[in-house]
Write a protein that binds this ligand. Structure first.
Ligand SMILES: C[S@@+](CC[C@H](N)C(=O)[O-])C[C@H]1O[C@@H](n2cnc3c(N)ncnc32)[C@H](O)[C@@H]1O
Length: 269
């Protein structure tokens, strides 16, 4: 049974108690800093101020990003990877810090949402992408290339990922699709590895980690979201049939299998 540890508090405080070089993979979906007077969004067909919550209004975003990334790098194993998602409001800051900390930037993954919400203002292109920085501490990092190819029907996987935004399962305003996390966790880790999400939100990373038989540590500052994540992860079971199938798929002699149609059969879609 995977070991799940959840914390309700500020990542900058909580993470100090974690051992150095103890984590295999970090997925971080930090505040994007796009809430506030100057940002507009479209809600129920009307223009309104963008307000994801107080957690999304940070005075000095560069200082904040630097502090939590430094701590994440301290707890990451030497061959571990960190995956950080964001939009244009935050990813220049993140990219600069990764460079300043001398990390090895492996990829910038573009997550394309073909069903992104249309724009009411007719003054720009419809935002329909998010960027995920993928970095390691050196060039010796864990990356399951063979599995990535198998997940992509035998072709090399590119850094443009077309994954539709999903109907949210919780009230969290920025819940990520489980399919996105499934791909990251499968390619970036093994069964029994330890996955950390320092900004757990509704618990998506924890749900997928548990399902795929990975251990999980999640931190969330907001008590309501923390409780939602806790319940959601508690109600998740390991997907034993899927794990058996993935073990076969990871076997180098398994040949090509149609990953998603087999998963659909396993899950009775
Ligand atoms: C972009 S959301 C993450 C959403 C998550 N990936 C999901 O699928 O639900 C960022 C989360 O970080 C939390 N947060 C913001 N500042 C934090 C801090 N200093 N420590 C821990 N959590 C924080 C927010 O409350 C919010 O739920």
């Amino acid at each position: 049974m995977p070991d799940i540890k959840l914390f309700n508090g500020d990542v900058l405080e909580i993470i100090k108690q974690f051992e150095s070089k103890s984590i295999d993979l970090i997925f971080a979906d930090p505040p994007y800093n796009l809430s506030g007077e100057n940002y507009l969004t479209c809600r129920s067909g009307k223009i309104s101020k963008c307000d994801k919550g107080l957690w999304d209004q940070i005075e000095n975003i560069n200082e904040f990003n630097r502090k939590w990334i430094e701590e994440c790098i301290r707890v990451l194993k030497d061959n571990g990877t960190i995956w950080i998602s964001g939009t244009l409001h935050n990813h220049p800051s993140i990219g600069t810090i990764l460079k300043q900390l001398n990390l090895w930037i492996i990829n910038d993954i573009i997550w394309f949402k073909p069903n992104a919400t249309p724009l009411i203002q007719k003054n720009r292109f419809v935002p329909s992408t998010e960027l995920i920085w993928l970095a390691g501490k050196s060039k010796q990092y864990y990356f399951n290339y063979d599995l990535a190819v198998k997940l992509n029907n035998g072709k090399q996987m590119r850094n443009l990922w077309e994954i539709p935004a999903e109907r949210h399962k919780t009230i969290h305003p920025t819940e990520k699709p489980e399919k996105l996390l499934e791909r990251i966790i499968l390619i970036g880790s093994n069964e029994q590895d330890i996955i950390l999400d320092p900004f757990m939100g509704s618990g998506t990373t924890g749900v997928v980690a548990k399902r795929l038989n990975r251990n999980f540590i999640g931190i969330e500052i907001d008590e309501t979201y923390y409780c939602i994540a806790q319940k959601r992860i508690e109600n998740t079971q390991i997907e034993n049939n899927l794990i058996q199938f993935l073990r076969k798929l990871t076997d180098k002699n398994s040949g090509q299998l149609d990953f998603y149609s087999t998963i659909a059969k396993i899950r009775n879609y």
